[in-house]
Ligand binder design. Structure first.
Ligand code: AMP
Ligand code: MG
Length: 693
């Protein structure tokens, strides 16, 4: 049958009551409406029959529908029955239908029950069956019209594909475009795992207990949901099974970048506080508790200028002037050992910037507002000074104790990032804070995978399929540059050996190196040596949270957690694995997009990832109609108008690490056909500081 023509459904109402008086039936109109409303226009007018709860009657009609090859009316593609699936004495439907089924479809049963459990635990009281007879799919719905409708909605989106296959459509043709296309055709968003209707609302609250499920961004109600943990059903290839058992397309759902980041932030552990000694190495840490000043700054009354400490008379007795000549009674330098003697009325004291004022002094006159009136007898020092102005007020050029920082004042609040710009470090030092409550920085390791991957220290020419390991040094450099990790450990290279060096090295990384996160590159494509997912799922008992992301480059990016029994605490915790693609440009782009927000959260930051700005595009840039593309660019200031311009770094193939050389930003090219034209505005993610051209 052609894909264009409508599928033909048949509805069998199984009810003693309705058989006696068809006007009592409420199921048919509701189911008919469900096909029309939720069937995406794929279903024709349903055929209907009403029968008693009688096994032979039920079988007679279903046979008539499923066994006829009536060319004029066309094949019945789907039979749904309603009623008779419970435990009542006259509930016979499963017993009538089951023997008719040639090939059972427990997945459909599962889907319906899962949807019903979302609504009521009484789902347990249904005994549905489903399967294929000849070219017809048969499904038994419950008797309650509401439940029948909910069950049908739960499976309806997927049924057209199943019906076409059952009807004998060439399945190779149907799979052109892969699972993603099938999902899209069935009306599921590409970013969800499994049959989640697009139209559902986004209320997550009903199924938090399902959060082990891969789906997280588009929850819904009558959604069939898996009842097994991912650890019970690995998606990955079993590398022992050989060529025939190898999947030919990725079984992992394709997430959008935003959904992938949301998943990472959901899984990444909360930051853990610790106390560190003060020092300039605190750069990159995030303050874990509000910090109050332990000392007032300044601790004494200090001069702001070089000049002379004076006693400015009270404005009310205004006959007294400070303009005039005064003896220099003492000298106060900024030094720690002692304070100057008190100033007597009629004297002044020489004072340097930052030095303590003598007692009784209440202002400092700048040296510029004075001249020397006379020197001492030995001509080495000032004896008297003439003050040239009367315009000096009480308190002028004096920093009062605590006027910069009051004792006990909050100087850095929880969540403040200690930058490399010195301000935070400076204020901590000034206020005398020696023990700093911060969040622990994550400990991260970087590992390459692949037999071809050859260390830079390999001397002599490369042979065979050898390639230089560029990912490991570039990621070590990138992550260390973020200053967000306590340590970034070089974990060297795991060979693609079947005895699984990768497993050994991952275990050692968590156990021996006590790493929170391991970043691997390579081994996440669809090749038989792509061992990361099988190793995590099958050997380490871990959970792959996602294994594909809709982006270019970086599609096979994988994120997983692995259970780990903490050595010191003995507590069960989980450690994280990022499986970045092997291609060097992909590895760096995905590290920026996915690893950064994860480490930010673990280090106590909000996990926003790279900063987003708007730039103008220089030259036209080609977009990709399948995926959002992260085009490597140099963002610089346009000398003409001071605005930000992005210039491509050239050929963007994912193996070309040079596309990142000199790049300081990723231009976020929207997913569409054609070009972004010269001068167009576009979002960019800043990886490094803005440069001048
Ligand atoms: P894979 O995902 O292992 O199939 O790797 C994809 C591509 O990335 C292959 O061409 C690899 O040779 C290349 N590749 C993998 N690891 C590295 C690495 N550490 N440095 C540079 N290229 C790599
Ligand atoms: Mg490889």
């Amino acid at each position: 049958m052609s894909t264009q023509s409508l599928l033909r459904p048949a509805i069998l109402i199984i009810s003693d009551t309705a058989a006696a008086d068809p006007s009592t039936d409420k199921a048919f109109p509701i189911l008919k409406e469900t096909f029309a409303q939720d069937g995406a226009g794929k279903w024709g007018e349903p055929v209907v029959e009403i029968v008693k709860d009688d096994i032979l009657e039920i079988q007679r009609i279903v046979r008539a529908w499923a066994d006829s090859e009536d060319a004029s009316s066309g094949q019945i593609n789907l039979v749904v029955t309603t009623g008779g699936t419970g435990f009542a004495r006259r509930d016979f439907t499963p017993e009538a239908i089951a023997p008719l089924i040639h090939r059972h479809a427990p997945g459909i049963v599962h889907g319906m029950l899962a949807a019903s459990f979302q609504v009521t635990p009484f789902a347990m009281m249904a005994r549905p069956v489903a399967g294929v007879r000849n070219k017809t799919i048969i499904v038994t719905l419950p008797g309650s019209p509401k439940a029948a409708k909910e069950n049908l909605q739960a499976i309806l989106k997927l049924l057209p594909h199943a019906c076409l296959q059952a009807a004998g459509e060439d399945s190779r043709a149907a799979h052109v475009g892969g699972v993603k296309k099938l999902e899209t055709d069935a009306g599921f968003t590409a970013s969800t795992n499994g049959p989640v209707p697009v139209s559902n609302n986004h209320d997550h609250s009903h199924h938090h207990h399902h959060h082990h499920d891969h789906d997280h961004g588009h929850g819904g109600h009558q959604v069939p949901r898996a009842h097994t943990q991912p650890t019970e059903r690995p998606h990955s290839n079993d590398p022992r099974l050989g060529a025939k058992a190898r999947a030919r397309s990725s079984p992992y759902p394709m997430l959008s970048v935003a959904d992938a980041v949301a998943k990472i932030l959901e899984v990444a552990p909360q930051p853990k506080p610790e106390v560190r000694d003060f020092g300039p190495d605190l750069t990159g840490y995030v303050i874990a508790e509000d910090i109050k000043a332990a000392e007032a700054v300044p601790a004494y009354r200090a001069s702001i200028v070089d000049g002379y400490a004076v006693i400015v008379p009270d404005k009310k007795s205004s006959e007294v002037h400070i303009k005039g000549t005064f003896p220099v009674a003492s000298v106060s330098h900024a030094q720690a050992a002692s304070l100057p003697p008190p100033l007597e009325s009629g004297e002044i004291a020489r004072i340097t910037t930052g030095a303590p004022l003598p007692e009784n002094a209440n202002a400092v006159i700048m040296v510029e507002d004075t001249t020397i009136a006379s020197l001492t007898d030995d001509k080495t020092e000032e004896a008297t000074i003439e003050i040239l102005t009367d315009e000096l007020t009480v308190g002028e050029n004096v920093r009062e104790p605590g006027s910069d920082i009051k004792l006990g004042e909050m100087i850095l609040s929880k969540g403040t990032h200690i930058s490399a710009l010195g301000g935070e470090i400076g204020v901590l030092a000034a206020a005398g804070i020696q023990k700093i409550p911060v969040f622990r920085k994550p400990r991260v390791g970087i590992m390459s995978t692949g037999d071809e991957v050859t260390d830079i220290t390999h001397s002599g020419p490369l042979s065979g399929g050898m390639i230089r390991d560029s990912n490991r040094p570039s990621l070590l450099s990138l992550l260390r540059g973020w200053r967000i990790c306590e340590e970034v450990v070089d974990l060297h290279v795991a060979r693609d050996t079947p005895h699984n060096e990768l497993e050994e090295k991952l275990r050692a990384a968590f156990r021996t190196n006590d790493l929170d996160v391991v970043i691997t590159t390579g081994g996440v494509s669809m090749g038989e040596l792509d061992l990361l997912k099988p190793t995590i799922e099958r050997s380490l008992g871990g959970e792959v949270h996602f294994g594909r992301v809709s982006m270019k480059p970086g599609k096979p990016t994988t994120f997983a957690s692995v259970p780990f029994k903490g050595s010191s605490s003995g507590e069960r915790e989980s450690r994280l694995v990022f499986g970045l693609p092997g291609n060097p440009a992909s590895a760096l782009v995905t590290a920026n997009l996915f690893v950064l927000p994860c480490l930010q959260k673990m280090a106590g930051l909000p996990g926003k990832g790279l900063e987003r700005i708007i730039v103008r595009v220089q030259g036209r840039v080609k977009c990709d109609k399948e995926r959002v593309e992260y085009h490597r660019v140099v963002v610089a200031v346009d000398a003409k108008d001071g605005k930000l311009v992005a210039k491509s770094t050239g050929m963007q193939r994912s193996s070309r690490v040079g596309s990142l050389a000199a790049a300081n930003a990723l231009l976020v090219l929207p997913q569409r056909a054609g070009f972004l034209e010269e001068g167009a505005e576009c979002e960019a993610l800043m990886m490094g500081p803005i440069l001048g051209f």
